[in-house]
Design a protein around this ligand. Structure first.
Ligand SMILES: Nc1ncnc2c1ncn2[C@@H]1O[C@H](COP(=O)(O)OP(=O)(O)OP(=O)(O)O)[C@@H](O)[C@H]1O
Length: 249
């Protein structure tokens, strides 16, 4: 057996520029990153630093201009859209700030849909859905529509949908960004609970308080990793001995 098991996620030299109306936005400017199975990593940093773009690259929602990305040891560089869609059904669950639930489907159908798309039988999908909704405190809400739920409840449904296929990797982009403090605490408690059971999580947030729920915090600045530190007192992976951040060109 190898001393260095394959990381669940490995990126090398990722670069992504957005071309919109104005000047090109160099959102990700050269990112090397490895995340092991079972890690809970928060990516934090100021608005516009490129955090969401990085998460989109890791979820295959956008493609890098340069660099390579391996998911569970497999190089994704030549993946088609269809292959990425399959990875997002089986390997990656994603939750966003605004839940993105299908508004005209019931809570139950929203959660079951990815399971059915992944080839589960209706019976299996129903069982998985029931188990997760119960675990997330949403028993009795199955027949409700997303619009009838509070923000915190909708985000829990989104979490159930992201996790229904038991993906090894959960990507979360400001999952508490539109919630009040109670909803925020709820979501963070759930993320911590899933992490304690071995779920690998990459969480993007501008909120340092939320980031402290993770066991590793990556500070993102100007499209690059400015610092990468364990929260258990282990010295930073990147900060110099002076404590001054080492920004790489
Ligand atoms: N689809 C897009 N088209 C054009 N520019 C974009 C696009 N997406 C992001 N950008 C730009 O890329 C840069 C990084 O944006 P990104 O959303 O990744 O940052 P962020 O750190 O997640 O910010 P926030 O915390 O405000 O969400 C910004 O300058 C943004 O305006």
């Amino acid at each position: 057996m190898s001393d260095h098991p394959t990381p669940l996620l490995r990126a090398e030299g990722l670069v992504k520029t957005h071309y919109g109306e104005g000047a090109p936005a160099r959102a990700v400017r050269g990112v090397d990153l490895q995340v092991a199975r079972g890690e809970f990593v928060a990516v934090t940093g100021p608005s516009g630093a490129g955090k969401s773009t990085l998460l989109h690259l890791l979820g295959g929602l956008q493609r890098p201009d340069q660099g390579s990305y391996w998911l569970d040891g497999r190089c994704t560089d030549s993946y088609s859209e269809a292959r990425w869609a399959e990875e997002r059904r089986k390997v990656i669950g994603i939750v966003f700030q605004f839940f993105n639930l299908v508004s005209n489907l019931s809570v139950a159908d929203n959660v079951e849909l990815p399971a059915l798309l992944a080839g589960r039988s209706p019976k299996q999908a129903r069982a998985e859905r029931q188990e997760l909704l119960a675990e997330l405190g949403l028993d009795g809400k199955e027949r409700g529509m997303p619009g009838e739920l509070s923000g915190g409840e909708q985000q829990r449904v989104a979490l159930a949908r992201a996790l229904v296929n038991r993906p090894p990797l959960l990507l979360a982009d400001e999952p508490a960004g539109s919630l009040d403090s109670k909803g925020t605490r709820e979501v963070m408690r759930l993320l911590s609970r899933f992490h304690q059971r071995g779920q690998t999580i990459v969480l993007v947030t501008h909120d340092a308080r939320l980031a402290s729920a993770a066991d590793r915090v990556i500070s993102f600045f100007d499209g690059r990793i400015a610092d990468d530190a364990e929260l258990d007192g282990t010295p930073s992976r990147r900060a110099g001995t002076s404590g001054v951040l080492e920004l790489r060109d």
